[in-house]
Write a protein that binds this ligand. Sequence first.
Ligand SMILES: [Zn+2]
Length: 91
Amino acid sequence: MEPVRTCVGCRARASRATLIRVVAHDGALVIDEAKVRPGRGAWVHDTHECMKAALRKRAFERALRVSGPLDTQTIHPTTTSETAETAMDTK
Ligand SMILES: [Zn+2]
């Protein structure tokens, strides 16, 4: 059985493999490409709709249990593909 997680954007349940994991690091949201970072993770579909919904509802702050504001620019939908490419380059 595939592990199932809930997307913080649309609240639908989906297999872990079809979602991306986001963690809080140094007060900023970071996409956990390898899904292995320690601590709490928020799961979201890799779509602009779910990303935008999650950001609008501040669902990441809730899911990650952080009280302060998070720098959400780091995972803004328009920079998602760029972040993925950078992560791949550093491997
Ligand atoms: Zn979703």
